[in-house]
Design a protein around this ligand. Structure first.
Ligand code: FE2
Length: 376
């Protein structure tokens, strides 16, 4: 059963104000090639760099940007590093979900006083453009949140980074605008633990819940609760596996990631047909639902602005809720292990997550699991 909680009247002050997502950092085997991939395939732009040329000895990072989305791609420069161990255990994956705040020390101290485990004490970083304060806490698995305070900074990205310019190769953007939500996969019976973490430590609210009846196919099931911060700019659905006849996608993720972690990053566009057509032509691979999905789509969602033909051609899914509708599509995993992937989403009023598509989507995932030999 789906349960939803509408945002309450502002009865309590938000003790953890967050302006938005600041950046997402991935630990990857080859940051230089990953940066090329995100430029070429997803239309990100060269933005900033840190490494040997900026005085770092142990790591190299490329930062790519598209509108409000900033990705840091980081690789170690030698053996035996924390980054290297992270990649050995998890494969390429998301280490940091950084949150933009007005006061990083306050955010960190509040979170730690409320039970968060420290990852990084508050650190002031300076250069000729001012200063940034950063501090970090652990969330599920080895994933961390870093609070970023940049009100006294007017440089490109962060102190320690230089501008990364590539005059000869700058593929056009694909219309990706901002991070809409980021989903975490957690272990058996761990969803409510992390729901309480986001409530008690971060001041988030549980705005939607899906039980295993909502999210199940003939073979597999999972449960999910959506956590939102006070202003609604940060949404973190948390998934856990549920009992089914066969191994669910969440279990497959946990096996291959060797722990809990970020399952997908949903990025918003204002024109999903144009964006997805562009991404496909650049080699991004998407999950496909059967063509029969489109026979019933108009009956299910009613009138929409888009023609069904291009949606069917591209495999874009549609769902409606009380407030409007949304269009969405999911990439295949973007690394060798079947772990992290992206969602492309266009919201036309709807603030939900595509419940009406869960079944078709999870059956599509099961077909891929079958090919990988992990559906058993
Ligand atoms: Fe999503």
């Amino acid at each position: 059963m789906v349960t939803s909680t509408l945002p309450q009247e502002k009865e309590v002050k938000d003790f953890m104000p967050i302006n938005g997502t600041d950046y997402v950092e991935l630990y990857v085997g080859n940051s230089k090639q990953a940066a090329h991939f995100y430029k070429t395939a997803f239309g990100f732009q060269s933005f900033a760099y840190a490494g040997l040329e900026t005085g770092l000895k142990d790591r190299e990072s490329y930062v790519v940007i598209q509108d409000k989305i900033r990705l840091i791609l980081t690789s170690p420069l030698r053996s035996g590093t924390e980054i290297g161990k992270h990649i050995d255990t998890h494969g390429d994956g998301i280490k940091v979900v950084a949150l933009w705040v007005e006061d990083a020390r306050y955010a960190y101290e509040t979170a730690v006083a409320r039970g968060a485990k420290s990852y990084m004490d508050p650190k002031v970083e300076k250069d000729e453009h001012g200063q940034v304060v950063r501090a970090g806490i652990y969330t599920y698995g080895e994933t961390v949140h870093i609070f970023v305070e940049r009100k006294d900074y007017n440089g490109t990205f962060l102190p320690g980074f230089k501008k990364w310019e590539t005059p000869d190769y700058n593929p056009a953007p694909t219309g990706l605008k901002y991070v809409d939500h980021m989903v975490g996969n957690v272990g058996w019976d761990r969803m409510n633990h992390w729901v309480e973490f986001y409530e008690n430590v971060m001041g988030f609210k549980n705005i939607l819940s899906f039980d295993d009846e909502d999210i199940s196919t003939e073979y597999t099931a999972l449960m999910s609760k959506v956590m939102s911060n006070g202003n609604g700019r940060i949404k973190f659905p948390i998934n856990e596996p549920a009992e089914g006849k066969k191994k669910s996608q969440v279990e497959e993720y946990l096996d291959f990631y060797e722990g809990e972690g970020v399952q997908h990053v949903a990025v918003a566009t204002n024109d999903i047909i144009k964006t997805v057509r562009d991404l496909r032509s650049r080699g991004v691979e998407f999950l496909r639902v059967p063509d029969t999905y489109y026979e019933a789509v108009t009956d299910r969602v009613g009138q929409i602005d888009e023609d069904i033909a291009p949606l069917k051609e591209l495999g874009i899914l549609v769902d409606r809720d009380d407030e409007g509708y949304l269009l969405q599509i999911f990439t295949r995993p973007v690394e060798p292990r079947p772990t992290m992937f992206f969602e492309i989403i266009q919201r036309k009023g709807a603030q939900s997550f595509g419940k009406g598509n869960f079944k078709a989507l999870f059956e599509a995932i099961e077909r891929e699991q079958e090919l990988r030999g992990t559906l058993h």
